[in-house]
Design a protein around this ligand. Structure first.
Ligand code: SRM
Length: 605
């Protein structure tokens, strides 16, 4: 059961000229030549050569009993059994080629193809048709393990998006999984973007539908004086194992449901391990001193249920992290619920078996794992959970300028209002990263960016750069802005009940103008109960909900209070239900104002 490709395709040593890399856009790039011009992965020109013949599909990996359950399973099981990712990874290129050849218009192709191919299965390739809001336009969800990108990758994305000019739909969003989504794409362009990303070491396959999502790590990995474990290599290794180096891996092409993995490297838990299906919390082993991870499992949010992770009472060294992910995924794939999608996330399987039984089965699976296990006759090097350092550790805010563990270097955390960019912004980030941060930039789950490795002598000129002087991207945003997160919302998302991003910006601007706050308050806004904006981890969580005003159905929100992240993580509780937004959002401003005064020490200006 090994992946079809065990190593990535060979990388060419050929380099490109400056103009090819920059698309002709001038920039200063005396630093980080290697990151600006990494060797491109050499990709074969056509789909057959790129992917080879389909020798195995996701269905082939299902044991007979699982297959029988899938056959009687939910509508989505039928969609997956008919065709799964192994087909979609190729089909996206074939559909794009048909459009580019001029043989068919988009409208004709849309009529000719199965709607499930277009609207569901393409998500296996990370391509989401936004039929409800922007028909004929697609969103590409990338995979960025640990949220680390290079200037070269940013320039490529900027160029791909620049093609759409000032088009209202053409935006790039940082997601709540430390990732990017490119929006407003035409299907004919997606193939070239996918191969361009692959050539630069990034991908988008298996980022939607029943797949493992972007692997979240510590955005301060390798630079933070308080770091316990550098998460970067592990996140990339997990991603490569799951996606076959971003080329698609049929072994995981038929999971029962979506699946989230997060690796935390400091006590701040910037990765939010407690709300992921698998969370790795860095902690040294008491006896050996080896820094490994306590494992927590099953955390998730959904419209029907939200839950923090269960502690498995298991500690694994870094060398067993892949084994653990592989083994949990196998148990999940083969035994997870295929009938009821509301009961299909990992937590339900753990509850069905009980934590003890799940742990026992998992350890047996890990012991016998041919690909990543300890090997025949060897003991599995794991232990019971190790004690974390004493609590009362205040989670740090990473925005602004902070000294790194490397002498003479600082990281600069910059706030990105609701994580949204246009093509030009992405190019500018690449330019600044090339000039100041070793050609590297990081994304955070709060939808912000971090420039690492900035020489202390360069900090002032980075901060003085015109891009950071417009007032839009700030290192010192206001107390509500600095903790603001908003999901895509109804502007582009078909399931969003309310518009979130623009509204969130407007709400906090008005609240900051009206109230003085003694400290930051983390406010997260999700457009619907799926909680993609992680409303329950915030100090104040907003969640789109139906409401009534003067007997009429109007837009509204539920308001959550008391969420916390870090070592003392807890989920917020619903405090107010179905609050009508009111005219010009006045009612929700009123409710939030009262909460800020009563709970967070705000004073009316
Ligand atoms: Fe999400 C579905 C956007 C993070 C829980 N999510 C969706 C869809 C795909 C619905 C759709 O098809 O339109 C949204 C796409 C909208 C669009 O056009 O952008 C969507 N989710 C997002 C993003 C982009 C929100 C954001 O603005 O950052 C996040 C993408 C992360 C990524 O890079 O992969 C995003 N979604 C989350 C999170 C947060 C997280 O992962 O930490 C959650 C809660 C955590 C969890 O999954 O346990 C989340 N999204 C959901 C759910 C509920 C899952 C469930 O078990 O029921 C759905 C609906 C579903 O899967 O059936 C959903």
């Amino acid at each position: 059961a090994s992946p079809r490709f065990t190593t990535p395709p060979s990388r060419s040593t050929a380099t490109r000229t400056e103009d090819q890399v920059m698309g002709g856009l001038a920039t200063t790039m005396e630093d980080s030549q290697h990151l600006l011009r990494p060797p491109l992965m050499e990709l074969p020109p056509d789909v057959d050569q790129l992917f080879g013949p389909i020798t195995k599909t996701g269905t082939d990996y299902l044991p007979a009993e699982t297959l029988a359950r899938a056959e009687k399973g939910s509508f989505m099981e039928k969609i997956k059994l008919k065709k799964d990712g192994s087909v979609a990874w190729r089909e996206v290129h074939e559909l794009a080629a048909l459009l580019r050849s001029g043989q068919y218009t988009w409208e004709e192709l849309d009529l000719m193809t199965d709607k499930d191919d277009m609207d569901q299965r393409l998500k296996y390739a990370g391509i989401f048709h936004r039929r409800k809001k922007t028909p004929g336009r697609f969103m590409m969800r990338m995979r960025i393990p640990n949220g680390v990108v290079t200037s070269d990758q940013l320039f490529f994305i900027a160029e791909a998006m620049a093609k759409y000019g000032e088009d209202y739909e053409a935006v790039v969003d940082i997601t709540t999984r430390q990732n990017l989504q490119l929006r407003g794409l035409k299907l004919e362009d997606t193939s070239e973007i996918i191969t361009g990303l692959l050539a630069r070491g990034l991908g988008c396959y298996s980022s939607g539908l029943d797949n493992v999502r972007n692997v979240v790590g510590n955005p301060l990995a390798g630079i933070d004086p308080l770091e316990i474990y550098d998460t970067r290599e592990l996140c990339t290794a997990i991603n490569d194992m799951i996606t076959n180096h971003n080329l698609g891996n049929p072994e995981w092409a038929n999971l029962p449901r979506k699946f989230n993995i997060a690796v935390s490297g400091t006590r701040d838990d910037y990765s939010h391990t407690h709300i992921n299906d698998i969370g790795f919390q860095a902690v040294p082993h008491a006896a050996s001193g080896i820094v490994g991870f306590n494992v927590v499992l099953g955390g998730y949010f959904s419209a029907k249920r939200v839950a923090t992770s269960l502690e498995l009472d298991l500690w694994v060294p870094p060398g067993q992290v892949l084994n653990l992910c592989y083994s949990v995924l196998r148990l999940f794939r083969d035994h997870g619920n295929r009938k009821d999608r509301q009961k299909a996330r990992l937590l339900w399987l753990i509850e069905e078996w009980g934590v003890e039984t799940f742990r026992r089965k998992l350890l047996a699976e890990m012991q016998s794992n041919a690909a990543y296990g300890p090997g025949a006759g060897q003991t599995l090097p794991v232990d019971v959970a190790q004690a974390h350092a004493a609590p009362a550790y205040p989670r740090r805010d990473y925005l602004g300028v902070h000294p790194q563990k490397q002498a003479g270097r600082s990281w600069v955390g910059v706030h990105v209002p609701v994580g949204r960019f246009r093509a030009f912004d992405v190019h500018e980030l690449g330019r600044l990263a090339a000039r100041y941060s070793g050609g590297e930039l990081r994304f955070t789950v709060e939808q912000n960016v971090i420039f690492p490795h900035v020489g202390d002598e360069d900090v002032a000129s980075l901060l003085a750069d015109p891009f950071l002087q417009t007032g839009r991207f700030r290192t010192d945003p206001g107390p509500l802005a600095r903790g603001l997160v908003a999901c895509t919302g109804a502007q582009f998302c078909g399931v969003g009940l309310v518009e979130t991003k623009n509204r969130a910006l407007d709400l906090i601007e008005r609240l900051e103008a009206r109230y003085q706050l003694p400290h930051m308050v983390r406010l997260h806004f999700s457009g619907c109960p799926n909680s993609c904006g992680q409303s329950q981890v915030a100090d104040i969580g907003l969640m789109g909900a139906p409401a009534k005003k003067d007997g009429k159905a109007v837009e509204g929100v539920d308001i959550f209070l008391g969420g916390a992240v870090g070592e003392e993580a807890q989920l917020g509780d619903k405090f107010l239900k179905n609050v009508a937004m009111g005219e010009n959002d006045a009612d929700v401003i009123q409710a939030l104002g009262e909460i800020l005064v009563e709970r967070f020490g705000a004073v009316q200006r």
